[in-house]
Design a binder for this molecule. Structure first.
Ligand SMILES: *Cc1c(COP(=O)(O)O)cnc(C)c1O
Length: 236
């Protein structure tokens, strides 16, 4: 029996290079500066050994969805200087540990959670970098603000002392063709352009995953969140 979660260092290296090539090509294609898009490696369900192998290839930014799993991995990888991004759904009773352990949170969709994260951010750490999540697909079941909701609340976010609002994030519904794929990313960028001010430059657009990173980069993504294309298909 073969186990598709087992991978050789070679296949990881090959996939990682492929993803980096895709990003470089997309940057070049829309005349964006090489290196203007950061790669966040999404390592949920992946082992500490896989993360270590990817870090050895030069990857520094890692995204995790589940707090318990993430904190355990961080403890085992303390010797590496990795930057950890929380991209999962936030539960109210877990904000303290998120505030204590992460450098970034991409999935903020509640002022209450953000207020707690700010209050619970340890004093010896710099402010927590955050993205506010926008529901670009209009599905009720999805987390995230509509553009109008966020416009009303942004001022309240901007004054939280230990939170730095860096930008917006979205997880669009899967789409079949290129123009449908680009639409939610275009919407996120337009919203960002409307909301940004000198005091709140919103320099980050966290958008694009394994299947749609080109569309996201074309529309201005500054950080793409890639799991399967680097590590192979996930098995739960
Ligand atoms: C899992 C996940 C990703 C990565 O998805 P892939 O399709 O594996 O690239 C990106 N963003 C979020 C919020 C995720 O939960």
């Amino acid at each position: 029996m073969t186990d598709s979660t087992l991978q050789t260092p070679d296949s990881l290296h090959r996939r990682y290079n492929q993803v980096r090539d895709r990003i470089r090509q997309a940057e070049a294609h829309c005349r964006r500066e090489p290196g203007s898009v950061q790669l966040l490696a999404v390592s949920k369900t992946r082992s500490v050994d896989e993360i270590r192998a990817l870090a050895a290839l030069g990857q520094r930014l890692f995204g995790e969805n589940y707090l318990q799993e993430a904190v355990s991995k961080m403890a085992q990888l303390e010797d590496l200087n990795l930057e950890w991004h929380f991209i999962g759904r936030i539960q109210g009773n877990k904000t303290r540990r998120i505030a204590e352990h992460f450098h970034w949170v991409h999935s903020i969709a509640s002022l209450k959670h953000a207020t707690r994260l700010s209050e619970q951010r340890p004093a010896h750490l710099p402010p927590l970098n955050t993205c506010l999540q926008i529901n670009t697909s209009g599905e009720n079941a999805k987390d995230g603000y509509s553009g109008n909701e966020l416009m009303e609340r942004l001022a309240a976010y901007a004054v939280l002392p230990n939170i730095r609002v860096r930008g917006l994030m979205t997880i669009p519904a899967p789409a079949g063709n290129e123009s449908a794929r680009r639409q939610p990313f275009h919407q996120l960028r337009t919203l960002r352009d409307r909301l940004r001010t000198e005091r709140l430059p919103l320099d980050t657009l966290s958008m694009g995953m394994s299947d749609d990173l080109e569309a996201a980069i074309t529309e201005g993504a500054t950080m793409v969140r890639i799991g399967a294309a680097i590590f192979g298909p996930r098995q739960y």
